[in-house]
Design a protein around this ligand. Sequence first.
Ligand code: FES
Length: 164
Amino acid sequence: MKKEYPAEVQARFEAAVAKYPHKKAATLTCLWIAQETDGHVTLEAMEYIADLLEIPVTHIYAVVGFYSMYTTKPLGKYHIQVCHTLSCELMGAEGIIDHLKQRLGINVGETTPDGLFTLSGVECLASCGTAPMCQINRAYYENLTPEIVDQILDQLRKEATVHA
Ligand code: FES
């Protein structure tokens, strides 16, 4: 079935397309809008974008597969992306990841059964001076320690309860 988006989301797609002289140039922005709206990039969204940009859907598949910022798997409400590149690794990223695995009861690449948290390991997020760090949704959390991680998780759980 053909994907349909609410009018305000359609308007975002159209605004993205209007920014460029060639429709194809809006591919990354459109994928981002779809992922933000649906929580991940669905097959239907890829077909919708291919139609919108008048390009083959195979081009969209290739882009989604190439960039690690796009996911075709549903994510938790909070996507915790821990940097494990050199500076963060030297400053204890592995310990932070182990702590998160233990606190959340999941492995890297998994989502907690309540759908709250997805844990990922990612490459440099350009905040090497404040290593170890992670990105949760759009926010950076820096100079992490296991204690700070616990505070962040408690805070996010509280937020999730308030907005439930
Ligand atoms: S190495 Fe972690 S932010 Fe650059």
